[in-house]
Design a protein around this ligand. Structure first.
Ligand code: HEC
Ligand code: HEC
Length: 300
């Protein structure tokens, strides 16, 4: 065999070994980061259990993604299975195998609003950054609703993450919610519910985990390789909003998962939640997205 070829083969093998060692080290550092302690002072919010609050809590649970991952019953569903990633959310109903049985009132706030477990460790996948801006009233209604769910059998959830993703996490290329959240921000002030861009901005806080803080879309950090990039929702380059000539067309897309031309949108978009949105939220979202300044695709 040609000695140069031989040497390059040795070189490739060496790179392979280095790569594997590097990945093992990266995975180790990723695990360490997932077990870090996030110091936080959190206060409980009022969780009124009157009929109107529970109805609001039920609506938020159904529309803001909770039911997508934890299931309508709260028992926990498999929500990622592909590209070497597997994730099943934990049971958060009061049923057997749940992680919330020992929760104090403020623990709900720590988890949902800050992305941190009662023991101070960060949640890894749950997009708490989408929920940080829920008002105290909405967060309280949501917690009251989850607490009174009928017990459903489930388990503590499962998470299998490839070494490469853990390495990227360790290197800061993928961030958990607790890293993305500004924990010192005071709770969001309520805006009147109505078909306004301001209320739409409030609803759109559930879109930022995937579409980015600026809603300009791009590759979803930490998503499996087979996930399409999130669309640009600003009027910038490649904007998907040009598909929607009216708020009615936009609302129909949320209900059906299809564009006005009939083509199917990727199921990575959480349509099981989005189709439950009421007209006020859907039309307000449209008003907000139409009011955004243009950003280039993927500018996050
Ligand atoms: C994209 C999927 C997803 C969505 C959406 C989601 N969760 Fe989770 N949730 C998870 C996963 C996965 C965990 C396990 C912790 C982690 O992320 O590593 C979890 C953990 C929890 C926990 C327990 C944390 C602990 O270990 O103490 C609670 C409580 C919870 N979620 C409530 C909610 C509520 C309420 C909502 C809606 C506002 C919600 N989740 C939305 C995936 C999700
Ligand atoms: C879990 C991730 C995720 C969340 C949360 C999410 N999206 Fe998306 N969205 C995507 C992906 C991925 C695409 C690209 C789909 C495709 O190319 O088929 C997309 C595409 C879109 C499109 C373009 C559809 C078209 O005409 O091509 C719109 C509009 C949109 N999302 C709006 C929203 C709004 C509004 C929210 C919040 C209420 C939201 N999305 C929440 C992942 C998400």
């Amino acid at each position: 065999m040609n000695k140069w070829l031989k040497r390059s083969l040795v070189g490739i093998a060496a790179i392979g070994v280095l790569g594997a060692t590097g990945l093992a080290a990266g995975a180790y550092l990723g695990d360490r980061k997932a077990q870090r302690y996030v110091p936080l002072q959190v206060a409980a919010v009022a969780t009124p259990a009157d009929a109107a609050s529970l109805q609001r809590g039920r609506y938020l649970f159904a529309t803001r993604g909770c039911a997508d991952c934890h299931g309508a019953s709260g028992r926990g569903e498999v929500f990622i299975d592909g590209g070497g990633l597997y994730a099943k959310a934990p049971n958060i109903s009061p049923g057997p195998g749940n992680v919330v049985s020992g929760y104090a009132d403020e623990d709900w706030v720590r988890t949902i609003r800050h992305g941190v477990k009662p023991n101070g460790q960060p949640l890894f996948i749950m997009p708490s950054e989408d929920y940080n801006r829920l008002t105290d009233a909405d967060l309280g209604a949501l917690i009251a609703y989850v607490k009174q769910l009928p017990p459903a059998p489930g388990d503590a959830g499962v998470m299998r993450v490839p070494a490469l993703v853990k390495t990227m996490y360790a290197a800061g290329l993928i961030q958990d919610a607790a890293e993305k959240i500004d924990h010192d921000l005071p709770a969001a002030q309520p805006v009147p519910e109505g078909v306004t861009a301001a209320h739409g901005a409030y609803v759109a806080t559930m879109c930022i985990g995937c579409h980015g803080a600026g809603l300009s879309g791009g590759k979803i950090p930490g998503g499996p390789p087979d996930w399409p990039a999130a669309a640009n929702l600003t009027p910038g380059e490649g904007s998907a909003m040009t598909h929607y000539a009216s708020a009615e067309e936009f609302a129909a897309m949320l209900r059906t998962g299809k564009r006005p031309d009939g083509t199917e949108i990727s199921k990575v978009m959480p349509f099981t939640s989005l189709r439950e949105m009421n007209d006020t939220d859907a039309h307000a979202l449209y008003a907000h997205l139409k009011s955004l300044a243009p950003l280039a695709l993927g500018n996050r």
